[in-house]
Design a protein around this ligand. Structure first.
Ligand SMILES: Nc1ncnc2c1ncn2[C@@H]1O[C@H](COP(=O)(O)OP(=O)(O)OP(=O)(O)O)[C@@H](O)[C@H]1O
Length: 282
């Protein structure tokens, strides 16, 4: 997907928000949009989503299915959560069975009979996320997706984002909270002075190389195994580098489902990258 020579202002008398700006996004990219307040991050996200039209320039090769979760979900609508999500699934051609999957995953099953206007800010925000994810988007646009979320959903969202990217989707998000900062392969673009420039992102190869090395059975340099009340950890240091500050160790952890979230939260709080695999067969 490519944005080329794009200029945008809201009205003929308004100042330009973007001027001659460009951006290229590849399938599988997760891109964070940064910039000071009011520089045009939300405007850029709405342009990418197709909700605003460029005044000049073009956006080409936008994926056909777009999910957009706004910074503030417009909750002043006379529906229950269930009716709203059923309606959104119908107009997007999404399988209605997916509604239950997402509401469970986002921890919002208990909200289904609530009226949208009665929802708290965080609950309304989850409805905005659920409707964006329902349609299996090829382009997922998230405007401050972590704002107001409870800890469990905040911890789950990077995994969800990683899954959309892993299936070839493009994910673009603004994220004041910095929750995506540690995501392997994250790209960063800054909106400033009416233009967009790419900043250094996270290298993907550290984690990917180590995962590949383990998949191919590279012998552990410092393999360890522990048993701790049902928690088994095998550690394999596959970095193979003399520079330990750059070394990455991948832990495979088998933990009972009831403890998985708590453990993932603890590890993320310590700054580690955690992916939750849902396979239970063992
Ligand atoms: N609907 C609108 N009509 C006119 N001007 C608007 C509209 N929405 C935003 N703007 C203006 O466009 C500029 C960019 O706003 P935008 O909300 O995109 O910035 P932002 O970087 O997302 O801000 P923040 O970090 O505060 O969320 C601001 O000057 C804002 O006042």
């Amino acid at each position: 997907m490519r944005m080329t020579n794009l200029s945008f202002r809201y009205g003929r008398r308004d100042p330009w928000v973007l001027s001659d700006a460009g951006l290229a996004l590849r399938p599988g990219d997760v891109t964070e949009i940064l910039g000071p307040n009011g520089t045009g991050k939300s405007t850029l996200l709405r342009l990418l989503a197709g909700l605003l039209r460029p005044v000049e320039g073009t956006i080409e090769d936008r994926p056909g299915v777009v999910g957009y979760a706004p910074e503030r979900f417009p909750a002043a609508q006379p529906f229950t959560v269930a009716a709203y999500l059923r309606h959104m699934a119908a107009i997007r051609g999404a399988d209605p069975r997916r509604i239950g999957e997402w509401t469970e995953r986002l921890g919002m099953d208990h909200l289904m009979s609530h009226q949208l206007p009665d929802l708290s800010k965080g609950s309304a925000h989850k409805v905005g996320l659920a409707q964006a994810l329902l349609c299996e988007p090829g382009l997922l646009i998230l405007d401050e997706p972590f704002a107001g979320l409870d800890a469990a959903t905040r911890a789950e969202l990077p995994t969800i984002i990683g899954e959309v990217a892993a299936s070839g989707g493009i994910v673009v998000a603004s994220d004041h909270q910095g929750e995506l900062r540690a995501l392997p392969g994250l790209r960063r673009h800054e909106v400033r002075d009416r233009t967009i420039r790419e900043l250094p992102g996270n290298s993907a190869h550290d984690i990917a190389d180590v995962t590949a090395a383990i998949a191919h059975g590279v012998p552990a340099r410092n393999g360890t195994t522990q048993d701790d009340a049902g928690l088994r950890i095998t550690a394999q240091d596959a970095a193979g580098s003399a520079d330990d500050s750059q070394a990455v160790t991948v832990l495979e952890v088998a933990v009972s489902t009831s403890r998985a979230q708590e453990l993932a939260d603890r590890l993320r709080a310590e700054g580690h990258v955690v992916r939750i695999a849902r396979e239970t067969a063992e």
